[in-house]
Design a protein around this ligand. Structure first.
Ligand code: ADP
Ligand code: MG
Length: 699
């Protein structure tokens, strides 16, 4: 067996288990070794039966003196009852619906039983405990898997049992010796870190709590170390590149800015200026534009794009969703109307060209558009990640803009950079509304320059946010109705009902029907989800834009970017099911015009903790403050857990908000890269980073 051995080669793993494993993307021994427990049960304490206490979690060791199955009278349930004895007394055991246990355990067997003790009328009982036979050959060397130690609990969604996963891990552990230690020795020594293979063994089957802590520390260190090293190596490679120098066309840009329907905020001016200066430099720009939802990032990007096009270079704008791509396309055409600029919308399902004076609106042949892009006949291409089409080779790409960067992996820059035929590299601008502290952004997004837009455009009113409890639902509906009478529009966002409804189709359809048939039968209501046909989606969004549809019921597809200034109420069903960052994004869909806007968070969950969490939203609309509050209360999980960014999903153990660890690791990485930028002395580390940069996929 080695690290690449397929899991179905392991004794006892049949086709059906293997299929479930594959659904969790667990194919090889290596995969399962890096599938970490999400928590542990500590059964390491072994007690004598006479010393047991109510409610404690513990292990006893003894001999089975009675075991049998019976059927429960009331419910159709099987109960297995057993009696275990040690030299100090006896304890009851019950299991439910696990009749097969009587096949595995016989009277006379020596066992470990681990679980929670309950005091009942009949004395002490274990209810549904873990059990394990003590085999004579194991003797005193207690190599248990499910009892009498700290037991790992794994995330399992595919109906794999904990026993099955533990079995597989245990079988795979010997191969940890084949894992190469890629972290430089001096770091291991100085930081007193466990070596990699030991850390892996301990993270699965810890000898004790201290070892477990050390294992987590080592693996967290690894994760942050590779993250920062990857960022460093991207920066290093970037600096080797020569950039296309893009001149500032002062006259035309000033004229353009003056022609806008609004005055730029100071922050918009400042950040635009930073970008325009970067574009003139010989090394490619790598800048993150951070600004809360509604802060007006698009126009900053657009001015930069326009300036690039004036230099006769192409611009690519990549966004995470089809809807957003379409909306950017429509808006940008308005801004660049009659400027003799050719703009293409390029997504998998919808492709259009604006030829400088009119739209060629029918869905164009993919090949033909690609030919035009490659021949440099299109100045500005706006699309989803389908832009990373293997056939696209831009003639002279000058600037890449990635909107809502938090939705993409760290490495997309790399993929996009290779899309240009020009010898010189394009500049790179990413934008995000996920407000994160600077130091954190550095680790997550690479060693990039950061521009922040902190002020909102003038005249914006604070969005009023309220938690709506079940008894106030009718009142909220009345409020909504009144607003619609005044000419405003409403978003309704629904969470997924259940796992099988991955796209949320069922949940929005139910909500839509309820609102349409029962609550607001006389209003025009629209339905939006990922499974609709393209033309249907487009019709719904157009009708919403034209105020024909008053209420738009949607899945979270509405989360990013879209802009409808006449929508003034965001109503979120099952608000407790979303992360704060997502809720903040939803909320950002309203409050975009001059009208007072509202966000209603509906929840049926009465847990005070839930309320407390949602309360943060009612107190602030400042994304930066929100992020800070969120980080303080729960670590990085919530903010980043909901963003399915490719790379962050690799961070399993480390807490990204641990700024101290971040700084410590950063110091090491800088030291190494300063002394040896190409990592010649660290071939294993170099391999590791190369490997990761390949593994990181765009989502
Ligand atoms: P985001 O930063 O969330 O991407 P957008 O760029 O979509 O925000 O801008 C939100 C809205 O604000 C748009 O309707 C845009 O036209 C408008 N806007 C942008 N800048 C200003 C400004 N300086 N003054 C007034 N409105 C602005
Ligand atoms: Mg935006």
């Amino acid at each position: 067996m080695d690290l690449n051995t397929k899991l179905n080669q392991i004794y006892g793993i049949g086709a059906s288990i293997y299929k479930k494993l594959q659904k969790l993307e667990l194919n090889t021994v290596k995969d399962i070794l890096f599938y970490y427990p999400f928590r542990y049960d500590d059964y390491s304490q072994i007690k004598k039966i006479k010393n047991l206490q109510n409610d404690e979690t513990t292990t006893v060791q003894g001999r089975i003196i009675l075991i049998n199955n019976k059927r429960a009278k009331t419910r159709r349930m099987n109960i297995t009852e057993a009696l275990l004895e040690d030299e100090t007394g006896q304890v009851n055991i019950v299991w439910f619906n696990q009749a097969f246990i009587t096949k595995n355990i016989q009277v006379g067997d020596k066992m470990f039983i681990s679980g929670k003790i309950k005091k009942t009328l009949l004395g002490y009982s274990f209810v549904s405990p873990n059990y394990e036979k003590i085999n004579s050959y194991e003797g005193k060397n207690l190599r248990t898997t499910n009892t009498a130690r700290i037991i790992p609990i794994y995330p399992s969604t595919e109906r794999l049992t904990q026993k099955q996963i533990r079995y597989l891990i245990k079988a795979s552990l010997p191969t940890t010796y084949l894992l190469e230690e890629w972290l430089p020795k001096k770091i291991l020594k100085n930081e007193k870190l466990l070596i990699l293979n030991e850390a892996l063994r301990q993270i699965h089957f810890p000898d004790n709590q201290k070892k477990l802590k050390e294992a987590k520390e080592r693996i967290a260190f690894n994760e942050i170390f590779t993250l920062i090293s990857l960022a460093k190596s991207i920066k290093r490679d970037n600096q080797k590149n020569k950039a296309l120098q893009i001149e500032f066309h002062e006259k035309q840009i000033k004229k353009f800015v003056q022609s806008l329907p609004f005055k730029l905020t100071n922050d918009q001016r400042k950040t635009t200026w930073q970008i325009l200066q970067d574009l003139e430099k010989k090394i490619p720009m790598n800048r993150l534009l951070e600004g809360d939802v509604g802060s007006g990032k698009t126009i900053v990007a657009l001015i930069s794009a326009y300036n690039t096009i004036l230099n006769k270079y192409q611009v690519a704008l990549m966004v995470p969703t089809q809807i957003l791509a379409q909306q950017h396309f429509e808006n940008i055409i308005q801004y660049l109307v009659k400027k003799n600029i050719t703009i293409a919308l390029f997504t998998n399902k919808d492709r259009q060209i604006y030829n400088g004076s009119k739209k060629i609106a029918e869905t164009l042949d993919k090949k033909k558009i690609i030919e035009k892009i490659n021949a440099g006949k299109i100045d500005f291409i706006i699309g989803t990640h389908s832009i990373i089409n293997k056939d696209i080779k831009f003639k002279n790409l000058g600037l890449i803009i990635v909107d809502e960067q938090h939705r993409f992996g760290v490495n997309q820059r790399h993929n996009l950079l290779e899309k240009s035929k020009a010898k010189k590299s394009p500049h790179f601008l990413s934008m995000t509304a996920t407000p994160i502290p600077r130091s954190l952004a550095l680790s997550i997004y690479g060693d990039l320059d950061i521009s922040q837009i902190k002020e909102k455009p003038l005249g914006r009113k604070e969005i009023i946010t309220r938690i709506v409890e079940p008894q106030n639902r009718t009142k909220a509906y009345e409020f909504i109705y009144n607003h619609i009478q005044k000419g405003h529009q409403i978003f309704v966002v629904c969470p997924l009902i259940n796992e099988s409804d991955k796209l949320g189709v069922k949940s929005v359809t139910q909500e839509y029907e309820k609102l349409n048939n029962e609550v607001f039968p006389n209003l025009e209501i629209g339905l939006l989800h990922g499974k609709l046909k393209e033309n249907e989606k487009k019709r719904v969004l157009d009708d919403f834009a034209n105020n024909k549809i008053k209420i738009l019921v949607s899945t979270s597809v509405i989360e990013v970017g879209v802009d409808y200034p006449n929508a003034t109420i965001m109503m979120i069903e099952g608000a407790d099911r979303f992360g704060l960052a997502s809720l903040h994004q939803f909320r950002g869909r309203v409050g975009r015009g001059e009208h007072q806007s509202f966000c209603f968070l509906f929840t049926e969950n009465s847990n005070p903790k839930t309320k407390q969490r949602l309360d943060i939203l009612t107190k602030t609309t400042d994304g930066f403050k929100l992020a800070e509050a969120d980080l303080k209360s729960r670590g990085s999980g919530d903010i980043y857990g909901t963003t399915q960014s490719g790379f962050l999903s690799q961070i399993k153990i480390a807490d990204l908000s641990d700024l101290k660890l971040n700084q410590k690791v950063r110091n090491w990485v800088e030291k190494i890269f300063n002394q040896d930028p190409e990592l010649k002395k660290y071939p294993l580390l170099k391999d590791k980073i190369d490997q990761i940069s390949k593994d990181v996929h765009l989502e």
